[in-house]
Design a protein around this ligand. Structure first.
Ligand code: C2E
Ligand code: MG
Ligand code: MG
Length: 289
Protein backbone atom coordinates (compact mmCIF):
# COMPACT_ATOMS: atom_id res chain seq x y z
CA UNK A 1 0.00 0.00 0.00
CA UNK A 2 1.36 3.39 -0.95
CA UNK A 3 0.57 6.82 0.46
CA UNK A 4 -1.51 7.47 -2.62
CA UNK A 5 -3.61 4.36 -2.01
CA UNK A 6 -4.29 5.30 1.55
CA UNK A 7 -5.19 8.85 0.53
CA UNK A 8 -7.58 7.44 -2.03
CA UNK A 9 -9.27 5.18 0.51
CA UNK A 10 -9.62 8.13 2.87
CA UNK A 11 -11.16 10.18 0.08
CA UNK A 12 -13.58 7.36 -0.70
CA UNK A 13 -14.50 7.05 2.97
CA UNK A 14 -15.31 10.73 3.15
CA UNK A 15 -17.31 11.09 -0.03
CA UNK A 16 -16.46 11.99 -3.57
CA UNK A 17 -16.15 15.75 -3.10
CA UNK A 18 -13.60 15.62 -0.35
CA UNK A 19 -9.96 15.94 -1.17
CA UNK A 20 -7.74 13.88 1.03
CA UNK A 21 -5.29 16.23 2.68
CA UNK A 22 -2.22 15.14 4.55
CA UNK A 23 -3.06 16.89 7.75
CA UNK A 24 -1.35 15.85 10.93
CA UNK A 25 -4.07 13.51 12.11
CA UNK A 26 -4.36 11.91 8.74
CA UNK A 27 -0.64 11.46 8.57
CA UNK A 28 -0.80 9.70 11.90
CA UNK A 29 -3.64 7.52 10.71
CA UNK A 30 -1.66 6.74 7.61
CA UNK A 31 1.39 5.71 9.59
CA UNK A 32 -0.78 3.59 11.86
CA UNK A 33 -2.36 1.91 8.87
CA UNK A 34 0.93 1.26 7.12
CA UNK A 35 2.39 -0.14 10.32
CA UNK A 36 -0.59 -2.44 10.84
CA UNK A 37 -0.41 -3.47 7.20
CA UNK A 38 3.26 -4.43 7.60
CA UNK A 39 2.47 -6.39 10.73
CA UNK A 40 -0.26 -8.38 9.06
CA UNK A 41 1.53 -11.25 7.36
CA UNK A 42 3.85 -12.15 10.27
CA UNK A 43 0.88 -11.83 12.65
CA UNK A 44 -1.04 -14.42 10.72
CA UNK A 45 1.94 -16.78 11.02
CA UNK A 46 2.36 -16.04 14.72
CA UNK A 47 -1.34 -16.80 15.24
CA UNK A 48 -2.10 -13.39 16.75
CA UNK A 49 -5.57 -13.43 15.24
CA UNK A 50 -8.06 -15.13 17.51
CA UNK A 51 -11.76 -15.78 17.60
CA UNK A 52 -13.84 -14.80 20.60
CA UNK A 53 -17.25 -16.42 20.93
CA UNK A 54 -20.61 -14.81 21.69
CA UNK A 55 -23.46 -17.16 22.68
CA UNK A 56 -26.54 -17.50 20.49
CA UNK A 57 -29.61 -18.34 22.55
CA UNK A 58 -32.46 -20.63 21.48
CA UNK A 59 -35.40 -18.62 22.83
CA UNK A 60 -37.74 -21.59 23.42
CA UNK A 61 -35.32 -23.32 25.80
CA UNK A 62 -33.15 -20.38 26.88
CA UNK A 63 -30.08 -22.50 26.20
CA UNK A 64 -26.96 -21.72 24.20
CA UNK A 65 -27.30 -23.43 20.82
CA UNK A 66 -24.36 -21.81 19.05
CA UNK A 67 -21.64 -19.18 19.12
CA UNK A 68 -20.73 -16.38 16.76
CA UNK A 69 -16.98 -16.33 16.18
CA UNK A 70 -15.73 -12.73 16.21
CA UNK A 71 -12.16 -11.90 15.26
CA UNK A 72 -9.68 -10.07 17.47
CA UNK A 73 -6.06 -9.20 16.74
CA UNK A 74 -3.82 -9.68 19.76
CA UNK A 75 -1.21 -7.22 18.56
CA UNK A 76 2.16 -7.40 20.36
CA UNK A 77 2.35 -3.59 20.69
CA UNK A 78 -1.20 -2.25 20.45
CA UNK A 79 -2.89 -4.98 22.47
CA UNK A 80 -6.20 -6.53 21.54
CA UNK A 81 -7.67 -4.82 18.46
CA UNK A 82 -11.34 -4.91 17.48
CA UNK A 83 -12.29 -5.83 13.90
CA UNK A 84 -13.09 -2.23 12.90
CA UNK A 85 -9.33 -1.54 13.22
CA UNK A 86 -8.20 -4.18 10.76
CA UNK A 87 -10.94 -5.90 8.70
CA UNK A 88 -11.24 -3.04 6.19
CA UNK A 89 -7.46 -2.90 5.99
CA UNK A 90 -7.32 -6.63 5.29
CA UNK A 91 -9.96 -6.25 2.58
CA UNK A 92 -8.17 -3.34 0.90
CA UNK A 93 -4.80 -5.08 0.92
CA UNK A 94 -6.25 -8.35 -0.38
CA UNK A 95 -5.27 -10.24 2.77
CA UNK A 96 -8.82 -10.99 3.83
CA UNK A 97 -8.84 -14.36 2.04
CA UNK A 98 -5.81 -15.60 3.94
CA UNK A 99 -7.21 -14.32 7.23
CA UNK A 100 -10.68 -15.66 6.40
CA UNK A 101 -9.53 -19.16 5.61
CA UNK A 102 -7.39 -19.20 8.76
CA UNK A 103 -10.45 -18.21 10.82
CA UNK A 104 -12.70 -20.81 9.20
CA UNK A 105 -10.15 -23.51 10.08
CA UNK A 106 -9.91 -22.15 13.63
CA UNK A 107 -13.71 -22.08 14.07
CA UNK A 108 -14.04 -25.68 12.84
CA UNK A 109 -11.37 -26.85 15.27
CA UNK A 110 -12.97 -24.91 18.12
CA UNK A 111 -16.37 -26.46 17.36
CA UNK A 112 -14.80 -29.88 17.82
CA UNK A 113 -13.10 -28.72 21.04
CA UNK A 114 -16.45 -27.49 22.41
CA UNK A 115 -17.77 -31.02 21.96
CA UNK A 116 -14.70 -32.72 23.39
CA UNK A 117 -14.82 -30.52 26.49
CA UNK A 118 -18.57 -30.45 27.16
CA UNK A 119 -20.25 -33.22 25.17
CA UNK A 120 -22.46 -30.54 23.58
CA UNK A 121 -22.70 -29.86 19.87
CA UNK A 122 -23.15 -26.09 19.46
CA UNK A 123 -22.76 -24.64 16.00
CA UNK A 124 -20.23 -21.93 15.28
CA UNK A 125 -20.55 -19.03 12.90
CA UNK A 126 -17.85 -17.19 10.97
CA UNK A 127 -18.26 -13.78 9.32
CA UNK A 128 -17.45 -13.71 5.62
CA UNK A 129 -16.64 -10.37 4.02
CA UNK A 130 -17.95 -9.32 0.59
CA UNK A 131 -14.51 -9.65 -0.99
CA UNK A 132 -14.29 -13.28 0.05
CA UNK A 133 -17.61 -14.12 -1.50
CA UNK A 134 -16.39 -12.81 -4.84
CA UNK A 135 -13.81 -15.61 -5.11
CA UNK A 136 -14.19 -19.41 -5.36
CA UNK A 137 -11.41 -19.66 -2.78
CA UNK A 138 -14.08 -19.40 -0.07
CA UNK A 139 -15.50 -22.77 -1.10
CA UNK A 140 -12.09 -24.46 -1.01
CA UNK A 141 -11.22 -23.00 2.36
CA UNK A 142 -14.51 -24.09 3.93
CA UNK A 143 -14.11 -27.56 2.44
CA UNK A 144 -10.55 -27.77 3.81
CA UNK A 145 -11.49 -26.36 7.22
CA UNK A 146 -14.29 -28.89 7.71
CA UNK A 147 -12.14 -31.78 6.52
CA UNK A 148 -9.11 -30.87 8.59
CA UNK A 149 -11.14 -30.64 11.80
CA UNK A 150 -13.51 -33.50 10.97
CA UNK A 151 -16.50 -31.25 11.61
CA UNK A 152 -20.02 -32.07 10.46
CA UNK A 153 -20.82 -29.35 7.88
CA UNK A 154 -24.18 -28.66 9.54
CA UNK A 155 -22.38 -27.21 12.54
CA UNK A 156 -20.74 -24.42 10.56
CA UNK A 157 -22.69 -21.26 9.72
CA UNK A 158 -21.32 -18.58 7.43
CA UNK A 159 -22.54 -15.04 8.04
CA UNK A 160 -22.79 -12.90 4.93
CA UNK A 161 -24.06 -9.34 4.52
CA UNK A 162 -26.37 -7.69 2.03
CA UNK A 163 -23.44 -5.71 0.67
CA UNK A 164 -21.76 -8.97 -0.39
CA UNK A 165 -24.51 -9.33 -2.98
CA UNK A 166 -23.97 -5.81 -4.35
CA UNK A 167 -20.61 -6.46 -6.04
CA UNK A 168 -21.66 -9.12 -8.52
CA UNK A 169 -24.92 -10.77 -7.53
CA UNK A 170 -24.69 -13.78 -9.84
CA UNK A 171 -21.14 -14.65 -8.86
CA UNK A 172 -21.89 -14.28 -5.15
CA UNK A 173 -25.03 -16.41 -5.51
CA UNK A 174 -23.09 -19.14 -7.33
CA UNK A 175 -20.59 -19.25 -4.46
CA UNK A 176 -23.37 -19.36 -1.87
CA UNK A 177 -24.89 -22.31 -3.70
CA UNK A 178 -21.48 -24.00 -3.77
CA UNK A 179 -21.20 -23.52 -0.02
CA UNK A 180 -24.70 -24.92 0.55
CA UNK A 181 -23.68 -28.01 -1.43
CA UNK A 182 -20.96 -28.60 1.15
CA UNK A 183 -23.72 -28.78 3.75
CA UNK A 184 -22.96 -25.60 5.71
CA UNK A 185 -25.66 -23.11 6.76
CA UNK A 186 -25.94 -19.49 5.71
CA UNK A 187 -27.00 -16.49 7.77
CA UNK A 188 -27.77 -13.00 6.48
CA UNK A 189 -26.04 -10.63 8.93
CA UNK A 190 -27.09 -7.10 9.92
CA UNK A 191 -30.34 -7.40 8.00
CA UNK A 192 -32.09 -4.05 7.78
CA UNK A 193 -28.95 -1.94 8.12
CA UNK A 194 -28.18 -1.54 4.44
CA UNK A 195 -30.16 -1.63 1.26
CA UNK A 196 -32.36 -4.41 2.61
CA UNK A 197 -33.96 -5.73 -0.48
CA UNK A 198 -36.71 -8.00 0.81
CA UNK A 199 -36.12 -10.00 -2.35
CA UNK A 200 -32.89 -11.30 -0.87
CA UNK A 201 -34.88 -13.31 1.67
CA UNK A 202 -36.19 -15.65 -0.95
CA UNK A 203 -33.49 -15.29 -3.62
CA UNK A 204 -30.67 -16.51 -1.36
CA UNK A 205 -30.42 -20.00 0.14
CA UNK A 206 -30.66 -18.67 3.70
CA UNK A 207 -31.06 -20.63 6.93
CA UNK A 208 -30.97 -17.68 9.34
CA UNK A 209 -31.69 -13.95 9.16
CA UNK A 210 -29.98 -11.80 11.78
CA UNK A 211 -31.93 -8.62 12.28
CA UNK A 212 -29.62 -5.65 12.83
CA UNK A 213 -29.29 -4.39 16.37
CA UNK A 214 -30.39 -0.86 15.42
CA UNK A 215 -33.91 -2.25 14.95
CA UNK A 216 -33.91 -3.98 18.30
CA UNK A 217 -32.71 -0.85 20.11
CA UNK A 218 -35.90 0.93 18.95
CA UNK A 219 -38.55 -1.71 19.54
CA UNK A 220 -39.39 -1.00 23.15
CA UNK A 221 -39.71 2.78 22.64
CA UNK A 222 -41.12 3.01 19.12
CA UNK A 223 -44.37 1.20 18.29
CA UNK A 224 -43.78 1.52 14.54
CA UNK A 225 -40.35 -0.07 14.77
CA UNK A 226 -41.86 -2.84 16.88
CA UNK A 227 -44.46 -3.54 14.23
CA UNK A 228 -41.82 -3.76 11.49
CA UNK A 229 -39.73 -6.14 13.55
CA UNK A 230 -42.76 -8.36 14.21
CA UNK A 231 -43.52 -8.44 10.49
CA UNK A 232 -39.97 -9.40 9.60
CA UNK A 233 -40.08 -12.25 12.12
CA UNK A 234 -43.38 -13.39 10.58
CA UNK A 235 -41.98 -13.18 7.08
CA UNK A 236 -38.96 -15.30 8.04
CA UNK A 237 -41.24 -17.86 9.62
CA UNK A 238 -43.38 -18.20 6.49
CA UNK A 239 -40.23 -18.57 4.37
CA UNK A 240 -38.86 -21.28 6.66
CA UNK A 241 -35.89 -19.14 7.75
CA UNK A 242 -34.86 -18.83 11.41
CA UNK A 243 -35.08 -15.29 12.76
CA UNK A 244 -32.34 -14.06 15.10
CA UNK A 245 -32.41 -10.74 16.93
CA UNK A 246 -29.02 -9.05 17.38
CA UNK A 247 -28.15 -6.55 20.11
CA UNK A 248 -30.53 -7.78 22.80
CA UNK A 249 -29.38 -5.63 25.72
CA UNK A 250 -32.29 -5.56 28.19
CA UNK A 251 -34.94 -7.80 29.67
CA UNK A 252 -37.53 -5.73 27.76
CA UNK A 253 -35.75 -6.44 24.46
CA UNK A 254 -35.71 -10.14 25.32
CA UNK A 255 -39.42 -10.16 26.17
CA UNK A 256 -40.23 -8.28 23.00
CA UNK A 257 -38.39 -10.61 20.64
CA UNK A 258 -39.91 -13.66 22.30
CA UNK A 259 -43.41 -12.26 21.83
CA UNK A 260 -42.55 -11.26 18.26
CA UNK A 261 -41.77 -14.88 17.40
CA UNK A 262 -37.98 -14.83 17.04
CA UNK A 263 -36.19 -18.18 17.23
CA UNK A 264 -32.83 -16.92 18.43
CA UNK A 265 -31.34 -14.05 20.39
CA UNK A 266 -27.86 -12.58 20.73
CA UNK A 267 -26.62 -9.65 22.77
CA UNK A 268 -25.09 -8.32 25.95
CA UNK A 269 -28.24 -9.25 27.90
CA UNK A 270 -27.30 -12.93 27.50
CA UNK A 271 -23.52 -12.68 27.22
CA UNK A 272 -20.71 -10.64 25.70
CA UNK A 273 -18.18 -12.18 23.34
CA UNK A 274 -15.83 -14.37 25.42
CA UNK A 275 -12.48 -16.10 25.01
CA UNK A 276 -12.80 -19.75 24.07
CA UNK A 277 -12.22 -21.05 27.62
CA UNK A 278 -14.85 -18.73 29.06
CA UNK A 279 -17.27 -19.70 26.29
CA UNK A 280 -16.80 -23.34 27.35
CA UNK A 281 -17.81 -22.36 30.91
CA UNK A 282 -20.87 -20.50 29.62
CA UNK A 283 -21.87 -23.58 27.64
CA UNK A 284 -21.46 -25.87 30.68
CA UNK A 285 -23.52 -23.54 32.86
CA UNK A 286 -26.20 -23.18 30.19
CA UNK A 287 -26.65 -26.94 30.03
CA UNK A 288 -26.63 -27.38 33.80
CA UNK A 289 -29.37 -24.77 34.29
P1 C2E B 1 -21.34 -8.46 13.42
O1 C2E B 1 -21.00 -9.71 12.68
O2 C2E B 1 -22.72 -7.91 13.26
O3 C2E B 1 -21.03 -8.80 14.94
C1 C2E B 1 -21.78 -8.33 16.02
C2 C2E B 1 -21.05 -7.18 16.71
O4 C2E B 1 -21.96 -6.61 17.67
C3 C2E B 1 -19.83 -7.63 17.51
O5 C2E B 1 -18.89 -6.56 17.50
C4 C2E B 1 -20.41 -7.81 18.90
O6 C2E B 1 -19.46 -7.69 19.94
C5 C2E B 1 -21.40 -6.68 18.96
N1 C2E B 1 -22.50 -6.93 19.90
C6 C2E B 1 -23.01 -8.12 20.30
N2 C2E B 1 -24.04 -7.97 21.14
C7 C2E B 1 -24.20 -6.65 21.29
C8 C2E B 1 -25.12 -5.84 22.06
O7 C2E B 1 -25.99 -6.33 22.78
N3 C2E B 1 -24.98 -4.49 21.97
C9 C2E B 1 -24.03 -3.91 21.20
N4 C2E B 1 -23.96 -2.57 21.18
N5 C2E B 1 -23.15 -4.62 20.46
C10 C2E B 1 -23.25 -5.97 20.51
P2 C2E B 1 -17.39 -6.83 17.01
O8 C2E B 1 -16.88 -8.10 17.56
O9 C2E B 1 -16.63 -5.58 17.29
O10 C2E B 1 -17.54 -7.02 15.45
C11 C2E B 1 -17.92 -5.95 14.62
C12 C2E B 1 -18.05 -6.40 13.18
O11 C2E B 1 -16.79 -6.77 12.63
C13 C2E B 1 -18.92 -7.65 13.00
O12 C2E B 1 -20.28 -7.30 13.05
C14 C2E B 1 -18.45 -8.13 11.65
O13 C2E B 1 -19.09 -7.40 10.62
C15 C2E B 1 -16.98 -7.77 11.65
N6 C2E B 1 -16.20 -8.97 11.96
C16 C2E B 1 -15.92 -9.51 13.18
N7 C2E B 1 -15.18 -10.63 13.04
C17 C2E B 1 -15.00 -10.82 11.71
C18 C2E B 1 -14.34 -11.83 10.93
O14 C2E B 1 -13.78 -12.81 11.44
N8 C2E B 1 -14.35 -11.67 9.58
C19 C2E B 1 -14.99 -10.62 8.98
N9 C2E B 1 -14.97 -10.54 7.65
N10 C2E B 1 -15.62 -9.68 9.68
C20 C2E B 1 -15.64 -9.77 11.03
MG1 MG C 1 -21.84 -11.39 12.31
MG1 MG D 1 -24.39 -8.66 12.87
Amino acid sequence: TTHADVAMYEAMDHGKNTFALFEDTMHEQLLERLALDNDFAPSLEREEFVLVYQPLIALTTGEICGFEGLCRWDHPVHGRLAPDKFITLAEESGRISALGSYLVRQACKDAIRFTTLTGETPYVTVNVSPRQLASTEIIDSVYDGLGEAGLEPGRLVLEITESAMMLDFDVALKHLEGLKELGVSLALDDFGSGFSSLNLLHKLPLDVVKLDRLFISDVTSDAGAGQIVRSIAGMCQSLGIKALAEGVETREDDEFIRSAGFDLGQGYYYARPADFDDAVQLLRRSEAA
